[in-house]
Structure formats: C-alpha cells, structure tokens
Design a protein around this ligand. Structure first.
Ligand code: PLP
Ligand code: TYF
Length: 393
C-alpha cells in the first residue's frame, strides 16, 4: 500500500530553513520563514506568555477534555480582541489548530453550506491557501492584487475581479499585513470591497494572522470590523501564532458571523461537527495562555506593550532599509518598503536576482522575492541594501 504513495512537493518556504541551516558561510542572513526574531536572532517567549503559563501550571487541576469548540473564555476573549463590538446573537466560534486549522475549517464549512462554491484568492497569496484548496479539490480563481510596478495594490483590477464572485462563493482577504506582499488596502478601499460583496452576496473569508504587527492591535482589526459591521455573513480565521509568539502551540480560531441567531446556531453546530471529524477536541494550552492574558488587566497590558515593541522594531527596520536604499540607489524606488506593513515585503525582484542574493551574499529570501523584515537588525540592514543594489534589483 504505502509504496503506492507519490512524492509530495515540499513547502518552499520551509525548505529554505534547511537550506539556510546547511549554509556554512559567516554572516548569512535568514529572511525566509515568517517568524519574528529579535535583533539577536531569537524568537522569544513573550513575558506575559511565561507568566500565564506559570499561572496555569499553578492553578490547573485537570487536563480532562475541553469543549469540542474549545473553551468559551478563549472564544469570547478573542471575539472581543478581533471584533470589539461583538454581535453575540449572530457569532459562532470555534477553537482550531492554529490559524491554518481555522482556514481549513472555514473552507469545510463553506463546502457543507454550498458544495458548488468557488474561492477567490489574491494573486499572490500565502502558498498554503492554494495548497489546501488543491488538496480539498475546492475550485479557486485568483484576483489581481499586487502591482509589480508600484509594489502597491492594483485596486482597480482587484475590484473588477472580486466583483465576479457570486452568492455562495468565498472571497479570501488578508485582514492586515498581506502575506507575501506587505501591500494593503486603505480603509476607504475596504469600504468599496464591502460594497461589492454586499451587491453580489459572496462571503468574505478574512485571514487575520498578524493583528498587532502592522499599525497596531486596533488598527489592524479595523478592516475586519468594518466588513463585519456591513455584511450579513462573514468568516474570520484568526491566528495567535505571531501576535502571542506561540507558533508551536497551534492556537487559532474560526468565527462565523451569520445572518441571524438561527443561522448562528446551525453554524455553531456544524463547526463543532467539523472539529470532531478532523481532530475531535482542539488543543487547549495555547488557547488558555491567550485567554489568561486577555482577561487579566496587567498581563494584557504587558503583552500589548511587548507586541508594540515588536511592531515598532519592524517599522524601524523598514524605515532604515528604505533610507539606505534611497541613498545607494539615488532614487525613491524602494520607498515602498517603508509603506508596506507586517513582517513581509515583496521586493519585486526576479528569481535570478533572488538566487544571486543567496549565492553571492548568503541572503535567503523566498523565491518570489518576499523578505521577512524581522530577520534583519540594524547591522544587517546596510548589508542587505548593498546586496540588493549589487544584484541589480
Ligand atoms: N495565514 C497567513 C497569511 C499566514 O501567514 C499564517 C502564518 O503562518 C497563517 C495563516 C496561519 O498560521 P498558523 O497556522 O501558524 O497559526
Ligand atoms: O509565510 C510564512 O512564512 C509563515 C510561516 O507551510 C509558514 O506563514 C510558512 C509555511 C508554512 C507554514 C507556516
């Protein structure tokens, strides 16, 4: 049986990790996988996470199963964090295995509701979106998004393309900090997106994996809140991996905002059913860390402060890189780096130029020229800037 298996294409982003490890050159720079690193190159456990874990360790008396949809404390705290004004009577929620699990369950839910649906995804998008849909056999089409000339969003093209989505289709949108480009919509543009979806009845699925990494916790949720205020049905897949730094705990959540409370109840039942079919109870430890932090004023304040430090450090690196490149290139053509938000920017370089950065400067980024800003520090920024110019980008 097992010898019938076919080799599967590995994840290109994850492959870079191994390639980087195997490189013996001094001063190599890893701008590949999207994991936050401090200036020393360490992905720290956040202070509030350590404190919450200690509290959990001291107070937890059982590890018996939790609810199929996860703990209510976690789901309520996350609903507050993401939506702020929570339309409780219309909101179903499900603890999931990371943000990826939430995306998967969202697609499963959409398929249960309408087996005949198509998903509209940005070109480009996070490769796992595509890979999961291919695996599930869900049809998808790409909408134009990134403008390779301006390194911003080609909004006119995007509008034209998402207007083709029909009732029962899903339009997958990055709530903030677009991965892999770093280019995002303005709130005024989000209003226009809401208007288009309002007209067609297509349902937005908002992937919110970086709340707090762009312009701030509230600011990064503003687009999601705007969409949730205006539309009758919204799916939201949120991840706690990055903003709580608990990547390996696998902590995510799916929200389904339904038209009315009857549809909410149906959604809640189907979502719990989907957890049961796929992995039964969701993991609890990360979710408990998150609810412990969010429901305690002091822990929450400390977490938010540390998250701000993380966010500001990335903004500082963006400003420094844009400025170094302005000096070296004698032009403003790299200013987009300071405009982009989140961990990533797409440089708009060719695969050959990306390969040259790797072979000649030991600088690793994803083949589409996505770089992880958090992989830099103030000493490596000038090295990268020089290498970018030398590679003819
Ligand atoms: N969506 C996007 C765009 C991401 O970049 C990530 C990051 O890993 C995720 C979702 C899900 O993350 P995780 O499953 O690790 O919570
Ligand atoms: O895009 C990234 O780098 C992060 C981390 O299969 C990641 O989202 C990358 C690949 C993958 C899972 C997570």
């Amino acid at each position: 049986m097992l010898s019938n298996l076919k080799p599967q294409a590995p994840d290109k982003i994850l492959m870079l990790i191994e390639e980087f490890k195997a490189d013996t050159r001094q001063g190599k720079i890893d701008l590949g996988v999207g994991v936050y690193k401090d200036p020393q190159g360490v992905t720290p456990v956040m202070r509030a996470v350590k404190a919450a874990e200690q509290r959990i360790w001291e107070s937890q008396t059982t590890k018996a199963y939790t609810g199929l949809a996860g703990e209510a404390d976690y789901r309520n705290a996350m609903a507050q964090m993401v939506l702020k004004d929570v339309p409780t009577d219309r909101l179903a929620s499900l603890a999931t295995v990371g943000g990826t699990g939430a995306i998967r369950q969202a697609l499963e839910l959409a398929r249960l509701a309408n087996p005949d649906f198509t998903v509209y995804v940005s070109d480009p998008t996070w490769p796992n979106h595509l890979s999961i849909m291919k695996f599930m056999g869900v049809p998808f089409v790409e909408y134009r998004y990134f403008d390779n000339d301006t390194r911003g969003v080609d909004f006119a093209a995007m509008k034209e393309d998402i207007a083709k989505a029909k009732q029962g289709d899903i339009v997958l949108l990055h709530g903030c900090c677009h991965n892999p480009t770093g280019a995002n919509l303005t709130l005024a543009q989000w209003e226009e997106v809401a208007e288009i979806l309002e007209k067609s009845g297509a349902v937005p699925l908002i992937d919110l994996a970086y709340q707090g990494f762009g312009d701030g916790l509230e600011e990064d949720a503003a687009a999601t809140r705007l969409i949730a205020k205006r539309l009758p049905e919204v799916l939201i897949a949120a991840s706690c991996s990055k903003n709580f730094g608990i990547y390996r705990e696998r902590t995510g959540i799916l929200f389904a905002l339904a038209e009315n409370s009857a549809a909410r109840d149906l959604s809640q039942g189907s979502m719990a059913y989907l957890n049961r079919q796929n992995y039964s109870f969701p993991p609890d430890h990360g979710a408990r860390i998150v609810s412990t932090i969010l429901t305690d004023e002091a822990l929450r304040a400390d977490w938010a402060a540390e998250l701000e430090e993380v966010r500001n450090s990335m903004l500082g690196l963006r400003a420094q890189l844009a400025s170094e490149l302005r000096d070296l290139s004698g032009s403003d053509r790299f200013d987009f780096i300071a405009e982009h938000r989140g961990m990533f920017s797409r440089l708009g370089a060719t695969p050959e130029q990306v390969a040259k950065l790797k072979s000649e400067a030991a600088i690793y980024m994803v083949g589409d020229s996505r770089l992880n800003i958090a992989g830099l520090n103030k000493d490596t920024v000038p090295v990268l800037a020089r290498a970018i110019i030398d590679a003819g980008i």
